[in-house]
Design a binder for this molecule. Sequence first.
Ligand code: NDP
Length: 280
Amino acid sequence: MAQILDGKELSKKVKENVKIEVDKLKEKGINPKLAVIMVGNNSASAVYVKNKSNSCRNAGIDFEEFLLPEETTEDELINLIEKLNKDNLVHGILLQSPVPKHINIDRAFATISPEKDVDGFNAINVGNLTIGRDCFVSCTPWGVMRMLEEYNIDLEGKTAVVIGRSNIVGKPMLQCLLSKNATVTICHSKTKNLEEVVNKADIVIAAIGKPNFVTGKMIKEGAVVIDVGINRLEDGKLCGDVNYKEAFEKASYITPVPGGVGPMTVAMLLENVVKAAKGL
Ligand code: NDP
């Protein structure tokens, strides 16, 4: 039976610390501020943005939303980002994905000043992560690392398998684990013998977007299982990429969904805004 890695509890602790840091900054006359841009109507994005806005306000971080219509051109979006880059009162800029298809999101991310890129998606921050420099790291993998650290899970020399190679989760996760001296394998949809690969892992990180993809059989006895996936089932319930019931019996530690990685992602965003306000 596994011990639960409680992201909800830990995120509260992180948020309390953020509030203390925000108050200190305010005493020095700095009001940390996050600007969030959303293009078009996407109900899931709207929920995420609302969640971020509430978390910022609770921590005393100023929050400004830019809700742009679906027909916004790429140049209009770029102009807004450039304006926010120059605004000294804005410390963090976040572009909510997805954006409408006519917009090149990579160009938009690349326009966000690396010093304000609190999501860590700009290629400069991605590159700095790769070469081990201080930078903004994508909030989800960063939140996973904070959880592992909080529960004293040592990564040195451990075998870690990340399933999923997206730019926002899988790839930065690989770099974070590597920086702590884990031996890391990354799997994706073309991986052969995935079950065998996962079965050798001391640490399994699932970031696939497929409900219950990782079964108990795939997990090595005593492995640490981190479930990044958030999937909405037909009955409206949320579930992760890991079959929780089965994995719970084999793992030494496991994250629940909801209440695991999700709350940590938002908490890390707040930390990154504070970091940006202090000056990276
Ligand atoms: P993407 O869709 O961008 O990437 C999914 C990855 O899974 C791809 O690399 C894909 O491989 C891989 N994959 C798909 N099918 C298989 C398969 N059969 N076998 C092995 N690998 C497979 O997703 P994200 O990284 O953006 O998100 C992953 C999950 O995490 C989603 O459920 C998402 O909602 C959730 N999420 C949760 C967050 C949180 O805060 N908890 C934050 C961000 C995401 P390939 O590259 O070959 O296509």
